[in-house]
Write a protein that binds this ligand. Structure first.
Ligand code: SF4
Ligand code: SF4
Length: 139
């Protein structure tokens, strides 16, 4: 979860606090963090661990992505990993990334030469022609 003072705020999103792991808190991926509060966000914000501080949310960092890409609205979050774009999908809405305009946009990035990997639970898919199954690797 990012600094609320940033120009584009998290609002009530919290998707990273659900989907990503926080090893120093023994928080597994895809389970809500015990410190997340729906209305107020992280209840240990000032003391949140390094892995939370270090998360670079694609939606927050990309002003050109419209509001319907906010992760709780879209059903997935975006971040970069060694040049790849990782699309981490909420397992409760596994098809979310396929809705318009998401899939078309993601495939456009892949066609333009950026590696785009969609992760749904333990399955990874590298978008391309054709798509390729890959080993899921998570933050
Ligand atoms: S996924 Fe992004 S927008 Fe949502 S709470 Fe985390 S940092 Fe904020
Ligand atoms: S410690 Fe705070 S920022 Fe980190 S996952 Fe938990 S609620 Fe989110």
């Amino acid at each position: 979860m990012a600094d609320p003072a940033e120009a584009r705020g998290c609002g009530e999103c919290g998707m990273c606090c659900k989907l990503l792991s926080a090893p120093s808190l023994n928080k597994p991926p895809r389970k809500w963090c015990v410190h997340f509060r729906r209305r107020s966000g992280c209840d240990i914000y000032a003391d949140r661990p390094a892995e939370c501080r270090g998360f670079n949310c694609g939606w927050l960092l990309t002003p050109s992505l419209p509001d319907d890409w906010r992760p709780d609205r879209a059903g997935f979050l975006l971040h970069q990993d060694e040049g790849r774009i990782i699309v981490e999908v909420d397992p409760s809405t596994p098809q979310a990334w396929k809705k318009a305009p998401f899939e078309q946009t993601l495939r456009g990035w892949a066609a333009a030469g950026t590696e785009v990997v969609v992760l749904v639970a333990d399955k990874g898919l590298r978008l391309g022609t054709p798509d390729q199954s890959v080993k899921a690797r998570r933050t």
